[in-house]
Write a new protein. Structure first.
Length: 234
């Protein structure tokens, strides 16, 4: 057994112990910094090959004009429709009144005191014959826009009801319908001579000297068809 005096006489052992403690302290202090530096080097050299690649998504748009043969169940909107039978049975003054009586969210008012020139409002958007109105609805007949070229106004009295085969009101601001289609579009399809043959004349009248006359004739021969419509109102 070594006595305490022997330990004190060996200064080299004490110095070695102090050196070992100092080296261990430096290793423990510098190891976090070395780890962070290693992480930075790993991030700098990390390969982007491990990025997740999403599959290709194909978006196929639908053409919303019914005149082009697109099924209405493929239009992502609440499309409301009327048929030629609805027009003939109800016998309204003009198209605007017919839409008011049958289509939801439609309101009309005779701002010019003329029932043949109503302002039609659908969900806050206007289709009016009055120049300067803020038009927000488009009107198409057989795929052709019939809003007036100046002001995009709509003259309801120039649309013969006897010529209408179907009416579809398509809501939404679809850019395919052109300018000012903010609230929706009204798409009309006219009768064909293959589906409607014969001649029909209709006259109506009311108070304050109001009257209207409509006539239509349709037929076909071979591969040719003939359809004509006449409307006069006051």
């Amino acid at each position: 057994m070594m006595s305490p005096s022997a330990v004190s006489r060996n200064p080299h052992a004490s110095m070695r112990a102090a050196y070992l403690v100092s080296i261990l302290t430096l290793v423990l202090v510098s190891s976090p910094g070395m780890a962070e530096e290693g992480d930075r080097q790993d991030e700098g050299t990390r390969s982007p090959a491990g990025a997740i690649e999403l599959p290709v998504i194909d978006v196929i748009a639908t053409t919303p004009l019914p005149a082009l043969g697109t099924p209405l169940d493929k239009v992502p909107a609440n499309v409301q429709s009327l048929t030629a039978e609805d027009v003939e049975e109800q016998n309204h003054l003009d198209l605007s009144e017919m839409l008011f009586e049958n289509i939801g969210s439609v309101n009309i008012n005779a701002a010019q005191n003329n029932p043949f020139q109503n302002d039609l409002e659908y969900r806050g958007f206007l289709a009016s014959p009055l120049v300067g109105s803020a038009i927000g609805l488009s009107l198409y007949m057989d795929g052709v826009r019939i809003n007036e070229g100046f002001g995009d106004t709509v003259n309801w009295d120039l649309i013969p009801q006897s010529a209408i085969s179907s009416v579809d009101l398509i809501p939404g601001s679809n850019p395919l319908f052109g300018l000012n289609t903010l609230g929706g579009a009204i798409a009309l399809r006219t009768k064909s001579g293959f589906a409607y043959q014969g001649t029909e004349v209709e006259a109506s009248g009311g108070s304050f000297g109001r009257w209207a006359v409509e006539a239509e004739h349709g037929g076909y021969h071979g591969g040719f068809e003939l359809v004509s419509h006449l409307q006069r109102a006051r």
